[in-house]
Design a protein around this ligand. Sequence first.
Ligand code: 6PG
Length: 484
Amino acid sequence: MKTKSDIGLIGLAVMGENLILNMANKGFTVTAYNRSTDKVSHFINGRAKGLTIRGADSLEALVDSLAVPRKVMLMVKAGAAVDAVIEQLIPLLDEGDIIIDGGNTYFPDTNRRVAWLREKGIHFIGTGVSGGEEGALTGPSIMPGGAVEAWPEVKPIFQCIAAKVEGDFPCCDWVGEDGAGHFVKMVHNGIEYGDMQLICEAYQLMKQYVGLTADEIHQVFAEWNKGDLDSYLMEISRDIMAFKDTDGTPLVENILDTAGQKGTGKWTCVAALELGVPLTLIGEAVFARCLSAQKDERVAAAKIISGPESTFDGDRQAFIEDLRQAVFAAKIVSYAQGYVLMREAAKEHGWHLNYGGIAMMWRGGCIIRSAFLGNIKEAFDKQPGLANLMLDSYFSEKLQAAQAGWRRVAAAALMNGIAAPTINSALSYFDGYRSERLPANLLQAQRDYFGAHTYERLDKKRGEYFHTNWTGRGGDTASTTYDV
Ligand code: 6PG
């Protein structure tokens, strides 16, 4: 073992332990520390035995064990705990040392910490780490941002332990300034919510409308996973459908239908609302989890409010193909919306994001990994300034081909009373986005009618505002014009 460690890691929950093991397996020497130090000895004498991993029983010992510039990675619960550890580390570190936060931190906190630590001469990196416990051990997707001066120090470790795609391409690269890494990880999680909900809606339609069994749905997902929808989430959904409970019934059918969430999907939507980006699919996915959580109310409501009896008498194979197209088209919409959000955030915060590079970071290792991300990379290679993924020739052709089936599925869901919020709202976005004229002219008229909020005219140049005295009772005074 080297006399000084390459990196120290604080926080020995499963992600922290597995990242350390991953680093040690790749030849790095790592110091492990945890606030309750019995966890350190348990780890050192257990999973870390025989590897280039040393334990520290205090933060001082951790810092003393590190090669300069010191690199300390935090894998502690996002929020106050991160600030508390940073406060303790500051007096122990020297200028030029590096603190890395690898938790699911809310990006404004990372913005603040980068600036705070810069004042002290310490480089702060906030990095997304995705892939769950297995990814952490064998190759996660890593999305670092913050103090770019520190990147050359951290890069060899992170790119070495990250997942590799297309030969030896690491699913890790510098994302951008301040909280850009955590922002991109947050959008990843939002997209994860959307992908999961889309698969859930397909499952529900196949089960409730077409009447397929879990084993039959397993077969469908297995087929889908061989084509455009090839992804980690499709793969695990395929396996979940085939998994049997101890009594031989499909385990999935014995699980309570209330979804949990830790907040990253909600943050993505909050960011979208703040930036004025229509992130409808992820929004619906977050709200679908909220609605699922109101189990008692739903059970009571089901006794009072009824909908149509769902009946299926069509061609199963044809409907399943329509459904595949609907899921694929809605997935394109979701990623298109997520990328618009990143572009608007980059403008707002002055970040320089590489959109094709982000697709490659997500191409392997992370929860949303899929073949599809390779197509997104190609789209941004062709047109780095692409305004919306739906406008790329590959994706617009796919949407065109999927459109008829997508509409049939949306109509079937509506007519048969089966909630499919992401499939349906994505279609509304698609139709809205491709509409040269929306009814916002009436909306502006309404605003002007009741509040003198003014409107622009088609026959006048943009930026010229008009007010009409709609009733004859109002005056000519317009309210001030501003947009949030
Ligand atoms: C990942 C995941 C992970 C996330 C879980 C749970 O990229 O490895 O996104 O960061 O915490 O998926 O998220 P929810 O509890 O919000 O579903």
